[in-house]
Design a binder for this molecule. Structure first.
Ligand code: CP
Length: 303
C-alpha cells in the first residue's frame, strides 16, 4: 500500500518499522547537519483544508530534512474558494509532477476518498473526527521513549473522545502494540460502544490517573461541538482538567501528554503543561522524525 490513510489500515509490524526508522531519523536531525539526500527526486504537496500549526510545519520540515521538493497549499487562499472540487484541485497539483500528497480535511474519510480517485501516494494529516495517524505514531514514539515500551503499559486518554481523531488513532495504535487503554471524560463526550475497540471507560479522572503510566489530555474541540453535548467550560475544567494539586496528590509520577493546541486552564493548567512530567514539546520534536520515517518508507515504494 502506498498510502498512510489511518492506523486501522496498517498493522503492528508497520508501526514497529515506522518507529524504528523514526529513531534513526531522530538521531539524524540532532546532528549538526540535519539533512539527508534520500528524497532528492521526490516532490510532495501539503494540502490543508483545515488549520494546523504542528502537523503542517512538521510535515514540511520532515520533507525538507529528507531533501524532497515541497509545495504547500492552504485551501483558504486557493481556487477551492472559487468552487474547484477536491479531485480537480489535487489532479491539477499532480499534473505538476507531484509524487505524494499530505492532506488535512474536515470530512471523515476524505483521505480514503482521495486515494481511490487520484494517482498519488496519500498521507492523512487528519480527516475530521476520523483519524490522525501520524499524531498517534508520534505519541507511541514518545511513550516508548519515556516508558521504555508500549506492551503492558497503562495509557489513559482524557477528555473529548467523541470528536477526537487523535483518540481513535491512538486507541488503534496502542491496542495493536499491547497497551491497556482507558478513556476518561464526561459521558456526553464518550462515544457509545467505545468498549468494542478494546478500551474501558473510567468516568473519574483521579481514578484514571492513579491507574495509568501516561495520560494523554485531549483538547476540547469547541469547533466540532454541538452545544448540547458539552458541560460548561468551568464544569469541564473542574471535573476533567488536570491541575498541579491533582498531579501532586497522586502517589506516583506519570507521563503527561497533549497533542496541542492546548486550551490552557481547561483540559490542563499551565503549571502542569510546563512541568517536568510534561512531554508535550517532546511530542512535537518527535513529530518531525516520525513524519520523516513515514514519508521515507512510502517514497521507497513509489520510486
Ligand atoms: N496536534 C495537531 O494536529 O496540531 P495542529 O492542529 O496544530 O496540526
Amino acid at each position: 500500500v502506498n498510502h498512510l490513510l489511518g492506523i486501522k489500515y496498517i498493522n503492528q509490524q508497520d508501526i514497529v518499522l515506522i518507529l524504528e526508522t523514526a529513531e534513526h531519523f531522530k538521531e539524524v536531525i540532532n546532528r549538526p547537519i540535519k539533512k539527508v539526500p534520500s528524497l532528492r527526486d521526490v516532490t510532495i504537496a501539503n494540502i490543508f483544508f483545515e488549520n494546523s500549526t504542528r502537523t503542517k510545519l512538521s510535515f514540511e520540515l520532515a520533507q525538507k530534512r529528507l531533501s524532497a521538493d515541497v509545495i504547500s497549499f492552504s485551501a483558504a487562499q486557493s481556487s477551492v474558494k472559487k468552487g474547484e472540487t477536491l479531485i480537480d484541485t489535487v489532479n491539477n497539483i499532480l499534473a505538476m509532477k507531484v509524487d505524494m500528497v499530505v492532506m488535512r480535511h474536515s470530512n471523515p474519510g476524505a483521505a480514503v476518498f482521495l486515494s481511490k480517485n487520484v494517482k498519488a501516494s496519500i498521507i492523512n494529516a487528519g480527516d475530521g473526527a476520523h483519524e490522525h495517524p501520524t499524531q498517534a505514531l508520534l505519541d507511541s514514539f514518545t511513550i516508548r521513549e519515556n516508558l521504555g515500551g508500549i506492551a503492558g503499559k497503562k495509557i489513559v486518554i482524557v477528555g473529548d473522545i467523541l470528536h477526537s481523531r487523535v483518540a481513535l488513532s491512538n486507541i488503534f495504535a496502542l491496542k495493536m502494540q499491547g497497551a491497556s487503554v482507558k478513556v476518561c471524560g464526561p459521558k456526553t463526550l464518550i462515544p457509545k460502544h467505545i468498549e468494542s475497540l478494546g478500551v474501558t471507560v473510567e468516568p473519574n479522572l483521579r481514578k484514571a490517573l492513579e491507574w495509568c503510566d501516561a495520560a494523554n489530555m485531549l483538547r476540547v474541540q469547541n469547533e466540532r461541538m454541538d452545544v448540547n453535548y458539552f458541560p460548561s467550560t468551568r464544569e469541564y475544567a473542574q471535573q476533567y482538567g488536570l491541575d498541579k494539586n491533582l498531579l501532586d496528590s497522586l502517589n506516583k509520577e506519570i507521563v503527561i501528554m497533549h497533542p496541542g493546541p492546548i486550551n490552557r486552564g481547561v483540559e490542563i493548567t499551565s503549571d502542569v503543561a510546563d512541568s517536568q512530567q510534561s512531554v508535550i514539546l517532546n511530542q512535537v520534536e518527535n513529530g518531525v522524525a516520525v513524519r520523516m520515517a513515514v514519508i521515507y518508507l512510502l517514497a521507497s515504494k513509489i520510486k
